[in-house]
Design a protein around this ligand. Structure first.
Ligand SMILES: *Cc1c(COP(=O)(O)O)cnc(C)c1O
Length: 387
């Protein structure tokens, strides 16, 4: 068995030139050969280099590396995480079918369900993502897909992947998991029983807040279905994004290790600060699902959410006093980012509605970066102490 770090680093050498890195093939089209014509005739346009929306050698190298990192037979690259999620949904669901999921979803995914799937007469059933029993009881004979996130935003609830996968298996329904927050270093949903794993590669896989991309991995058959959706919807990955991702993946294991360490230290620090009312981090013993964190391979990730003992206005004042962390949405980059759900991801809810789902006033979300942890802690301390 090859370790994650070795997979991250290995295998991009170019056979033709001996270059140790995968070349960037900025070409929309490729010279047609007998083999290419045969592939086109047999619907295998992805395998032969024909046209970049169907397949590109640089994109293919990224897909192969992701398949290895997730333990899938294959992977398919997309122009964004949302393009990948749309392909996962639409390769399983037709009019009259049902999806079982949870309201605790990435905002873009939630609006895809509400605005796109419902238009197609696909019914969406919402369950409590922390209860495999509730999820199982939402499954009907019309259910064709289960879709959940490994860790939810912003309260970092942990999906019990093996238990939900078992419920899915018993009902003969595939389970797709959005593992963006955990990365393939901390968790491989496929090895825990999920059928498909999907990522916004814009986050930890890219890791430098400089690109938008997505990827999904699973069986060869599932990937063929998703690839067909991708070629028809048009959300193919740009070869340059694939090249940047291949470069980023070489340090994924190192970055995640540091994100894990820094975030745990930050969560522990926040937990004992007198101006902090609550901290959510799966690696803390106080987290209600800390026991499920055993499904994390190396750590609990870089996301930490906490509530200042105060108002949303205090939260804003806190953020504006930070000097190391940058006030920005998104996550998974090397730099620490800070934002508040009330005026970003959950601004569409009223304060009462936010409170009802556990997002009280003063809730702040940190994407803890890979800076020196002493500097991060000092920055957080000065901003909290000055409140
Ligand atoms: C960012 C994100 C997405 C959407 O990905 P894009 O690359 O922005 O399209 C989906 N799921 C999760 C959990 C995310 O954080």
């Amino acid at each position: 068995m090859t370790g994650k770090g070795t997979i991250c680093v290995a295998g991009d050498a170019d056979r033709q030139t001996g270059a140790v890195n995968q070349p960037l093939h900025l070409s929309s089209t490729f010279r047609l050969t007998e083999g290419a014509y045969r592939a086109i005739a047999e619907g295998r346009g992805r395998e032969a280099s024909v046209y970049t929306r169907w397949g590109n050698p640089t994109v293919g190298a990224f897909e192969q590396k992701m398949a290895r990192l997730e333990g899938g037979e294959e992977a398919v690259a997309f122009s964004s995480g949302m393009a990948a999620i749309a392909a996962v949904m639409l390769s399983h669901l037709r009019p009259g079918d049902e999806l079982v999921t949870t309201r605790e979803l990435y905002g873009g995914t939630y609006s895809f369900l509400e605005k796109e799937l419902k238009r197609l007469d696909i019914r969406v059933r919402y369950a409590d993502c922390t209860s495999p029993r509730d999820i199982a009881s939402a499954i009907t004979p019309q259910t064709r897909l289960l879709f959940f996130e490994s860790l939810t935003n912003p309260l970092l609830r942990v999906l019990d992947v093996p238990a939900v996968a078992e419920a899915a298996r018993q009902h003969g329904v595939p389970l797709a998991v959005d593992a963006t927050f955990v990365s393939p270093v901390n968790q491989n949903p496929l090895s825990l029983g999920a059928d498909l794993v999907v990522h916004s590669a814009s986050k930890y896989l890219g890791g430098h807040s400089d690109l938008i991309a997505g990827v999904a991995a699973g069986t060869r058959d599932a990937c063929r279905e998703m690839w067909q959706r991708m070629t028809r919807h048009g959300g193919c990955m740009d070869p340059f994004q694939a090249w940047l991702l291949l470069r980023s993946l070489k340090t994924l294991h190192l970055r995640i290790q540091r994100h894990n360490q820094n975030a745990l230290a930050v969560a522990r620090f926040l937990e004992q600060h007198h101006r902090v009312a609550e901290v959510w981090y799966p690696g803390l013993e106080s987290h209600p699902q800390h026991h499920l964190a055993r499904h994390m391979l190396q750590g609990y990730g870089g996301m930490v959410t906490f509530r200042i003992d105060g108002t949303d206005r205090d939260g804003l004042a806190f953020m504006r006093r930070l000097r190391v962390a940058t006030e920005a949405t998104s996550l998974g980059g090397v730099e620490t980012l800070v934002s508040m759900p009330f005026n970003t991801s959950h601004s569409y809810l009223s304060p009462e509605e936010r409170e009802a789902i556990g997002i009280g006033p003063g809730t702040v979300r940190l994407s803890v970066g890979v800076e020196d942890v002493e500097d991060l802690l000092a920055d957080l301390r000065q901003a909290l102490d000055s409140l």
